[in-house]
Ligand binder design. Structure first.
Ligand code: SAM
Length: 447
């Protein structure tokens, strides 16, 4: 076996192992892949990028790939052993959703993997993939129903149905397509110009090049791969996520700010950077390891860490209106981040939304009394469902008469002001190339 083909099999084997962890153990793709890649530090960047593409693409396109396989495979893919189903997905993804991979490499490696894991099914994998090349896959449905769009763009019907009801068919189709694209790696650079230039130089010295973000002045978008090291002094954080903290930056600069759902610290560390020496950030979360990550991020970026406490934001350990502002970056479905968490769409159940919105409302209800009169409360999610966004805010406002929603636009950096719709910050994968975020600033009456 030549070195090249061994590398080819190794990358696909890693992809298969990660896919299996995601499919059968409920792992998150990014975490499982991160673990796998960190054990293979000697792999060249192109192999790491290829394994990453195989994992994310096979998960994003899963429904469509199974639909193609079912054209030929008996039993149908849902009844196949998971490893066999995953070998088929990997093969079909390479054949039809990935440029520049020779057909024979896609087929041979999938059959090899099947042989090593489920020898009895290797013939099935071989037969399906060869027929797929010979006969070409069926064209996806062209129609406008949730099921047709769901097969074509590989999302579950219930999510598509919700978006069609909220946004119409055309816009939903564009959103679904964008959710299957790879999200670029965005970094948050230090705010100060000199520091920023130094950080860019450090990255460039390791071959990581990029360009400024379109909307967030602190964003740097990496072109062509590479990942920062802890001592680069930058934080990997999506551009939309970077924008959220601007909605409470005025208070963070010199006041007391609470981050009520802080792990893993992306926004806490950004708030701490704004607070610098004059403001005080307190970060709480249920998840202790994630909370400690907030401190690590600050240490790496040379920022004073927030005060940290493991706590339930529905029963926060504070008495009285002690904060000038609070951020509730609420636990949510995460459907705004399908580009980088493609598995969420297959895991989420319609009933989960009820639990999530109940929790979102309970956190807001418990955090609100901690903000002083005249202070601000920012509610944010990375959801694109009205139920978790506008509806939660409307329910809150209807039961809390001293609070009102204000326009986000004046609080956002100039290039991002057009992202405010009906007062809230709204970002969309298909419109802006950003993760889907919702954030609104509420203000408490003075007295
Ligand atoms: C969207 S994430 C926060 C992301 C974080 N703000 C950042 O920018 O890195 C939501 C967080 O809410 C936390 N969470 C869920 N329920 C909570 C509760 N009742 N109290 C506090 N934190 C909670 C989860 O552990 C999770 O870390």
């Amino acid at each position: 076996v030549s070195t090249a083909s061994r590398a080819g099999l190794d990358t696909r084997r890693l992809a298969l192992d990660v896919l299996l962890e995601v499919e059968t153990h409920g792992a998150f793709a990014d975490a499982a892949l991160g673990r796998g890649l960190s054990e293979r530090a000697s792999w060249p960047a192109k192999d790491r990028a290829f394994a990453t593409r195989l994992v994310y693409g096979s998960i994003a396109w899963q429904r469509r790939l199974d639909w193609i396989a079912d054209h030929w495979a008996r039993p149908r893919s849902e009844r196949l052993d998971p490893e066999v189903r995953l070998c088929l997905r990997l093969g079909l993804f390479q054949l039809f959703f990935s440029d520049r991979i020779p057909s024979f490499a896609a087929v041979d490696t999938s059959v090899e993997l099947a042989k090593s894991r489920r020898p009895a099914a290797a013939r099935l994998v071989n037969a399906v993939l060869r027929r797929a090349i010979r006969e070409r896959p069926p064209s996806p449905p062209e129609g406008r129903t949730a099921e047709e769009l769901g097969i074509r763009w590989s999302h579950p019907d219930w999510i598509v149905r919700r978006w069609i009801a909220e946004r119409g068919v055309e816009d939903t189709a564009r959103l679904l397509a964008a959710n299957n694209e790879a999200a670029p790696l965005a970094l948050r650079m230090p705010g100060d110009g000199v520091e920023r230039e130094r950080a860019k130089d450090r990255l460039a010295a390791r071959g990581i090049v990029g360009r400024p973000g379109r909307f967030s002045p602190s964003a740097w978008i990496v072109d062509g791969g590479g990942f920062p090291e802890p001592d680069d002094g930058v934080v990997a954080q999506g551009e939309a996520s970077q924008l959220v903290v601007h909605l409470l930056a005025d208070h963070a600069r010199a006041g007391q700010v609470l981050d009520a759902c802080a792990a893993p610290g992306g926004k806490s560390s950004a708030l701490a950077e704004i607070a610098d020496r004059d403001g005080v950030v307190t970060a709480i979360d249920l998840h202790r390891p994630g909370l400690l990550r907030a401190r690590e991020l600050c240490e790496q970026a040379g920022i004073r860490s927030p005060l940290l406490a493991r706590a339930d934001a529905r029963r926060p350990p504070f008495r009285g209106a002690v904060f000038d502002a609070a951020l509730v970056d609420a636990p949510c479905s995460g459907v705004g981040t399908l580009r980088s968490h493609p598995e969420i769409r297959w895991r989420l159940r319609p009933g989960d939304l009820e639990d999530l919105t109940a929790r979102q409302r309970a956190i807001l209800d418990a955090v609100e009394p901690l903000v002083r009169p005249g202070g601000a409360l920012v509610y944010a999610t990375c959801s694109l469902f009205r139920a978790e966004n506008e509806d939660v805010v409307a329910a809150f406002l209807s039961s809390h008469s001293e609070w009102r929603a204000v326009d986000s636009a004046p609080h956002l950096p100039e290039p991002a002001r057009d992202l405010a719709r009906d007062g809230a910050l709204r970002t969309w994968p298909h419109e802006h190339g950003l993760d889907g975020f919702f954030a609104v600033r509420l203000e408490r009456a003075i007295g």
